[in-house]
Ligand binder design. Structure first.
Ligand SMILES: [Zn+2]
Length: 67
C-alpha cells in the first residue's frame, strides 16, 4: 500500500483521513474531481496531493478492474 501523508505539505490541512475513502471511490470508477468535491477538498495544493498519489496506485487500480 502506498503511504499517504496525514497533512498537505503546502497548507497543512489534514487529508490523511480522507485518503482511504477517496481511493475506494476512485476504484469504483468515479472521477477524482467528483470525489474531491464531495470530500470538500477545495484547495489546489490538497487536490494535487491526492491526484499525484493516485498516479502511483494507477497500476493497482487497473489490475483490480481487470479482475
Ligand atoms: Zn493543501
Amino acid at each position: 500500500m502506498v503511504i499517504f501523508p496525514v497533512r498537505c505539505f503546502t497548507c497543512g490541512s489534514v487529508i490523511g483521513d480522507k485518503w482511504e475513502y477517496f481511493v475506494n471511490e476512485v476504484k469504483k470508477g468515479r472521477s477524482m474531481k467528483e470525489v474531491l468535491d464531495e470530500l470538500g477538498i477545495k484547495r489546489y495544493c490538497c487536490r494535487r496531493m491526492f491526484i499525484s498519489h493516485v498516479d502511483l496506485i494507477d497500476e493497482l487500480v487497473r489490475y483490480s478492474r481487470k479482475v
